[in-house]
Design a protein around this ligand. Structure first.
Ligand SMILES: NC(=O)c1ccc[n+]([C@@H]2O[C@H](COP(=O)([O-])OP(=O)(O)OC[C@H]3O[C@@H](n4cnc5c(N)ncnc54)[C@H](OP(=O)(O)O)[C@@H]3O)[C@@H](O)[C@H]2O)c1
Length: 339
């Protein structure tokens, strides 16, 4: 008689309190159960993103009243690539054995639970993994690529934007002069490629060691911000500031009237009046899970029209070291965990 082993526990990385990388714990937890509209994914790789360490740290950059209240322990993480192990009874588009990738339940604080060997994923947030790339590159893509896409091409949802009254609207890119600041990071290196794909003339701003990479990815002009002031350039149509924060306002002077500034990290921008006086749009959005867009993007990843660059990989059990690497900054592309 065949013996079937049903797994009841798995390894995951949890936090039991907010804090630095040392609060990350590699432990045994119960396997996730799936609902009727969900898929159980055996995870092969996990891409890490700034919201992982913002949550680990208790979102300390936010005013106290905005900080999330959570029930510990929490499993961090949102981005995965892996193989379907089970499907809920309402799910029609996926079968056991399919290779898939996803940004799981974002923005839904502490409910994504991706730093784990298995994750339950709503089927609407899942897409077939691009066949031409491995799980490491597929897991590295979702949040950063969806961010670039939702800022530059298609917001993809109509949920209210908590950060501004007007919904975010992408602007035309064909033939336009676009500057990407923070161009070597997770969002930045993909934004450079999306803007090029849509016909823009792209200026990439990053530290010097990234020049060859960014030119290879399509940048027409490279500015090493450690040597030169990236804000002396004029008459741009669009600045995508993937560094953002209060310093984003210095890019207003680089834009022509009618131009737009998209701070990807918008907290701290306080020059709305100045932007209006100059006839500029300042707009931001918050990335949202979207299986349909990941399916649309898969062919671009498949044939390397969009390339995901890997900064470094770590075993899932060394998530702490991965977060320590992230804290050092100057990330070139993406950091990935491997269960
Ligand atoms: N709105 C949203 O939905 C959304 C979604 C995703 C991410 N974000 C935010 O967007 C930001 C970027 O995320 P990410 O994943 O791309 O982070 P990341 O991978 O850490 O990239 C940041 C990049 O910025 C570069 N950099 C640092 N200081 C710089 C400066 N003064 N000028 C130019 N470049 C500089 C760094 O490398 P070098 O200094 O070596 O060039 C690094 O490559 C984060 O704040 C994140 O929270 C927002």
């Amino acid at each position: 008689m065949m013996k079937v082993t049903i797994m009841t526990s798995m390894k995951a990385v949890l936090i039991h309190a907010f804090g630095g990388p040392d609060v990350l714990r590699y432990e045994d937890v119960a396997m996730p159960a799936i609902g009727p509209d969900e898929v159980l994914v055996r995870v092969s790789a996990i891409g890490i993103n700034p919201p992982d360490w913002y949550l680990r740290d208790g979102y300390r950059a936010l005013p106290p009243e905005w900080r999330p209240k959570v029930d510990f322990p929490i499993i961090l993480g949102t981005d995965i690539s892996g193989t379907v192990e089970g499907v809920g009874h309402n799910v029609t588009g996926f079968s056991v054995g399919d290779e898939v990738y996803s940004m799981v339940r974002f923005f839904s604080v502490a409910e994504s639970r991706a730093y784990a060997e298995y994750v339950a994923v709503p089927a609407t947030e899942l897409a077939l993994k691009p066949q031409g790339i491995d799980h490491i590159h597929a897991a590295a893509a979702p949040m950063s690529l969806l961010t670039a896409w939702q800022f530059l091409v298609d917001v993809g949802h109509s949920r209210p934007n908590p950060l501004q009254a007007e919904p975010h609207r992408p602007v035309p890119l064909e033939g336009r002069r676009v500057l990407i600041n923070g161009a070597a990071g997770g969002v930045g290196h993909l934004a450079v490629q999306v803007a090029k794909l849509k016909g823009a003339h792209v200026t990439a701003v990053a530290s010097g060691r990234n020049e060859a990479l960014l030119r290879e990815l399509g940048a027409d002009v490279f500015i090493d911000y450690t040597q030169n002031d990236s804000t002396t350039i004029r008459d741009l149509d669009l600045v995508v500031d993937a560094v953002g924060g209060p310093a984003t306002a210095r890019f207003l002077q680089t834009l022509k009237p009618g131009g737009a500034l998209f701070p990807v990290y918008p907290l701290g921008f306080a020059e709305a009046d100045e932007a209006a006086r100059l006839g500029l749009t300042v707009s931001t959005t918050q990335v949202r899970s979207h299986g349909g867009q990941l399916a649309e993007l898969a062919p671009l990843l498949d044939d390397r029209r969009i390339r995901v660059v890997i900064d470094s990989t770590f075993p899932l059990s060394a998530a702490r070291e991965a977060h320590e690497r992230a804290e050092k900054g100057h990330i070139q592309g993406k950091i990935v965990l491997i269960p």
